[in-house]
Design a protein around this ligand. Sequence first.
Ligand code: AP5
Ligand code: MG
Length: 216
Amino acid sequence: MMNIALFGPPGAGKGTQAKELSKYYNIPHISTGDILRYNVREGTELGLEAKVYMDKGELVPDDVLIGLIRNRLTESDCDIGYLLDGYPRTIPQADALTDILDRINKPLDAVINIEVNDEELVKRLSGRRSCACGESYHIMFNPPEKEGICNACGAKLYQRDDDREDVIRQRLAVYNEKTKPLIEYYEDADVLVNVNGADDVDAVFKAICNTMDQFK
Ligand code: AP5
Ligand code: MG
């Protein structure tokens, strides 16, 4: 059983890495951002509420996220472990997570902090193109075979509403204020592992595997 959280600022590569890691280790990838965007697309009550915050680059309220992650982690596919992406993002979310994980007896093995500097983050996010199927590309660093079209499913790629430069800056500010304190939180809990996220995708993948292999 592997119980892992991928941590890092917006654009660090959490989604890119989680997708591959989830296949490689065969554990469920739980991205709160993906779950919220799915709900926005489907027009659910949760989606309608979340969209207001997401479009501004703000965090969706803690009580909403805590309920969502509690439900998700108690689904049966998590019996073999989990790979969190984008949760927790605040101290109350982390406290709630500890509580949930204690109850289901699946404490975190590691919180992997993917480190990338701000200028690179802005470049990555402003050039990202996403697909509803979950794939994502970058116009320069990872372009699709056919411009604007998803390699995996053939659908038209889109730019996320929150990948505009002004919203990107806001997301980075929110990260620094509310999420970054979790680095110390997990350092104190002795589970934090730092990984250099500025390398290419394959090198970052290998660095993360070095840590995850210890928990196989
Ligand atoms: P979320 O979807 O989690 O967005 P985020 O944290 O802002 O992170 P991103 O998905 O933008 O970045 P990523 O690290 O996944 O990078 P990626 O791999 O795509 O959250 C969105 C919103 O939902 C939040 O703002 C909030 O409103 C809400 N939300 C979600 N969770 C919440 C929570 N827990 N609490 C409250 N609210 C919550 O890579 C980025 C780009 O870089 C891509 O184009 C990729 O191709 C490229 N790239 C990746 N790796 C490399 C590399 N090594 N070299 C070059 N390019 C690379
Ligand atoms: Mg992501």
